[in-house]
Design a protein around this ligand. Structure first.
Ligand SMILES: NC(=O)c1ccc[n+]([C@@H]2O[C@H](COP(=O)([O-])OP(=O)(O)OC[C@H]3O[C@@H](n4cnc5c(N)ncnc54)[C@H](O)[C@@H]3O)[C@@H](O)[C@H]2O)c1
Length: 401
């Protein structure tokens, strides 16, 4: 789901030498809703070139004040003023742009999914490794404040679990030693509404493999990142395009289960992640609330600021309760006005703007790699294994992919 673009021209900061100059290649719905305004507003990045084959898309970029526009991506990438490329076309255009940027030593931020097939994904990985360019896949959730905090708590607990004083320890010294004692697991529930999807999602020439690739790569990446282990096997079932369940088994014995249906409703939170391990739980609810249990020192509930809140007086307690109240008010507004766009209020911070700033930090040597090519390929391989598993009705070892 993408939000309508808000003009960033008014709050854009003046360009200075520290701001990394980006060419955005592919200025479609998503780039204009997120990347272009985010770069225009960032204190770390500057919008040098907007590039799209569609003159109408380029016209719509003008409020964000790019230095110039072009319909030719080679011209955009090769521009000597451009220091990094943000590639936000669909996966039908990836490798040639990355190859040119790599030949010029320019960093590339690529939207998900990395590629439309495994061979293209591996080719990108090779170019990035050989050139050594800074590279980032748009797994923006890694920069969402709720995920950053939840992962810090969860990994900290797994690394140093303290006995929970009230844990119901029935057998005490007689408890058997189990090989999967303390081994973590993650359950992910995705609620989406496919009526909101853009036409390209159904166009096999643009997005040939459907949401098991273009959506699931985000959720798999979070599981990989939280579990910090090597995925080994994948099993998946699907109803068609809209509903699927995927189980991933990891080398340390962990399991991640992702259950996703696009026959849901925007009136309910989209994403719930529940991470269990070593007698503790960390849940991330729609990136507006993190809940914990059984983890010494961790607050039971942490709430996170929302973006574009048009209902500040409603649901002022924040978190998931506050979000539900705001959403209810917004859907009533939408119903009364006969305008579905009014339902969008108080969106979670999914980390889109922060991900770009983190990538700039990486390029300028001020921060670690954000989501590099190997992490991107790993998430992609799990998705391709899930697609094969659902098609062939068997567990697919990742080594096959
Ligand atoms: N990270 C997220 O949360 C998120 C959300 C939505 C979409 N996305 C991803 O963003 C990407 C774009 O999605 P979208 O919904 O904006 O699609 P879109 O079709 O609206 O935009 C793609 C744009 O690329 C342009 N384009 C195509 N070929 C080109 C070429 N040769 N040179 C220059 N421009 C070219 C098109 O004209 C179009 O404007 C996809 O990979 C999608 O998966 C990410």
């Amino acid at each position: 789901m993408t939000m309508p673009a808000k003009s960033a021209a008014a709050d854009a900061v003046p360009v200075d030498a520290d701001r990394l100059r980006f060419a955005v290649v592919g200025c479609g719905t998503f780039a204009r809703a997120q990347h272009i305004p985010n770069i225009a507003r960032s204190a770390k990045a500057a919008l040098e070139v907007c590039c799209d084959v569609s003159p109408a898309s380029l016209e719509a970029c003008k409020p964000f004040n790019p230095t110039r526009t072009t319909t030719d991506w080679r011209d955009a990438v090769a521009d000597p003023r451009v220091q990094a490329v943000l590639l936000a076309t669909t996966e039908s255009l990836r490798l040639p742009v990355i190859e040119l940027a790599a030949s010029l030593g320019k960093g590339v931020y690529v939207e998900k999914p990395l590629a439309a097939d495994v061979a293209a994904m591996r080719a990108i990985q090779k170019v990035v490794h050989q050139s050594g360019i800074p590279f980032c896949l748009g797994h923006n959730r890694r920069a969402a404040p709720a995920f950053v905090e939840a992962r810090r708590i969860f990994r900290g607990h797994l690394a140093n679990p303290k006995p929970c004083p009230w844990r119901f320890d029935r057998e005490k010294a007689g408890r058997p030693k189990l090989p999967d004692d303390a081994v973590p697991a993650i359950s992910v529930r995705i609620n989406d509404d496919w009526w909101s999807w853009v036409g390209a999602a159904f166009d096999k020439t643009k997005m040939p493999l459907g949401p098991m690739l273009f959506e699931m790569t985000h959720f798999v990446d979070i599981c990989n990142w939280f579990l910090d282990a090597e995925p080994l096997d994948v099993f998946a079932m699907e109803t068609g395009m809209l509903t699927h369940s995927v189980i991933i088994r990891y080398a340390n014995g962990s399991l991640a289960t992702i259950a996703s249906s696009a026959n849901g409703s925007f009136g309910y939170p989209k994403e719930l992640y529940e991470c269990m391990g070593a007698g503790g739980v960390v849940a991330v609810d729609h990136m507006v609330e993190v809940r914990t249990a059984g983890i010494e020192g961790a607050p039971p509930r942490i709430t996170f600021p929302m973006r574009g809140d048009k209902h500040e007086q409603v649901g002022a307690e924040g978190g998931i309760g506050g979000w539900l109240a705001k959403k209810k008010a917004a859907t009533l507004d939408a119903e009364r006005a006969g305008n579905p766009m009014l339902q969008f209020t108080a969106e979670p911070d999914r980390g889109h703007a922060r991900a770009i700033d983190r990538f700039v930090d990486q390029i300028q040597g001020r921060g670690p790699e954000f989501c590099g090519v190997d992490g991107a390929v790993l998430a992609g391989r799990v998705c391709f294994a899930a697609i094969r598993s659902a098609k062939e009705g068997r567990i697919v070892p990742l080594a096959e992919i």
